[in-house]
Design a protein around this ligand. Structure first.
Ligand code: ADP
Length: 329
């Protein structure tokens, strides 16, 4: 593994501690070590509490020894599961790409270390679960136009930051967007690639997709590869999902979902012939879900959309109001 600590990777303070509130975590397959030791930095971590399980790792909350409430989400990867070189390289790339990021809307990778059994990736703890939990536990299964904007703004900032570093996340979906209050943090860099760097996976990344295809762009399904435009498509799917309560192309059958994505076939549910979703949001999603990537709204373009701008302007006028109230009182 790259020597992240030696390259200047440090253990930094995580977000304020709180009990993890994610709903119904899946069950862990193996018990975690009760204490883990970062022998390079002489720090121990204790009291594991289960947070969740991903493709090849379980994630536990640990408390840093000697502190009352400094918690981390620790991804525990069994070394026996990394016997294949490709799995090892995949983890290596994930740590390299994720560890090189520093942005308020990206989960901080605070360091990593290993013992004879596991590799431990120390992540900033996001105490409020994922956007997926938020959508499915939301009132009536969908979020308001304004709340959706709050989350989309954080996602857009994170993705634009990654673009400046030449990184494509390639797995943008509500389950990979973590929450700390209303503050979103993009996580799980397991499929991320550097546009300049080489990838030992297929150009499309399809060979390694084991989860939902719901957020994949048509050109990715056609194996033309991921691009900034396919990230914009995924953001369109996420916005639709927040507003409606389910992803736009979801069906009960994988092939049907693929077909719908490739035809760009989705609809806005109506009540009494009327679509309840705010028209500016509808217009933006419709532009993000255009089949032709060259014709699609860009990630940067989301910030100039009427949907986005109305809330930015509202916030600015609120600040002006607050300032003039403060001056007059
Ligand atoms: P994988 O890369 O193996 O797919 P994930 O990164 O998706 O693993 O994490 C699996 C689960 O662990 C998540 O769904 C979530 O419940 C929990 N989790 C992961 N990272 C964090 C974090 N930083 N804070 C809180 N919970 C987390």
């Amino acid at each position: 593994l790259p020597d992240f600590v030696a390259r200047g990777g440090r253990v930094v303070s995580p977000s304020p501690p709180e009990a993890h509130k994610s709903s119904r975590p899946s069950t862990p397959t193996a018990l975690p070590p009760p204490i883990i030791r970062d022998t390079y930095n002489y720090v121990n971590y204790l009291n594991p509490v289960y947070l969740g399980k991903g493709g090849f790792a379980a994630v536990w909350r640990y408390r840093k020894e000697g502190t009352r409430d400094e918690y981390y989400a620790v991804k525990v990867v069994e070394r026996s599961r990394l016997s294949r070189t490709s799995a090892y390289e995949k983890l290596h790339r994930e740590i390299q790409l994720h560890g090189g990021c520093s942005h308020p809307n990206i989960v901080k990778l605070c360091g990593y270390f290993q013992d004879n059994f596991n590799i431990y990736i120390l992540l900033e703890l996001c105490p409020d679960g994922t956007l997926l939990n938020r959508i499915y536990n939301g009132r009536g299964g969908c979020l308001s136009s304004y709340e959706s904007f709050i989350y989309i703004r954080g996602i857009v900032e994170a993705v634009l930051y990654l673009f400046t570093k030449g990184i494509l996340h390639r797995d943008l979906k509500p389950g990979n967007i973590f929450l700390d209050g209303n503050h979103v943090k993009l996580g799980d860099f397991g499929l991320a690639v550097s546009k300049g760097g080489h990838s030992n996976r297929s150009a499309s990344g399809l060979s390694s997709i084991s989860g939902t295809p719901n957020y994949l762009a048509p050109e990715v399904l056609h194996r033309r590869g991921h691009s900034e435009a396919s990230e914009a498509w995924a953001i369109g799917c996420i916005l639709y999902c927040m507003l409606i309560g389910r992803p736009p192309f979801e069906t009960d059958n994988l092939q049907k979902t693929y077909n719908r994505i490739m035809r760009g076939e989705f609809s806005w549910p109506t009540i009494d012939g009327k679509n309840n979703v705010e028209q500016r949001a509808v217009m933006l999603v419709n532009r993000l879900l255009r089949i032709d990537p060259a014709n699609r709204e860009t990630v940067a373009g989301i910030k100039t959309s009427l949907y986005y701008q109305q809330y930015v302007e509202n916030e600015q006028s609120d600040i002006v109001d607050q300032n003039s109230n403060a001056l007059s009182s």
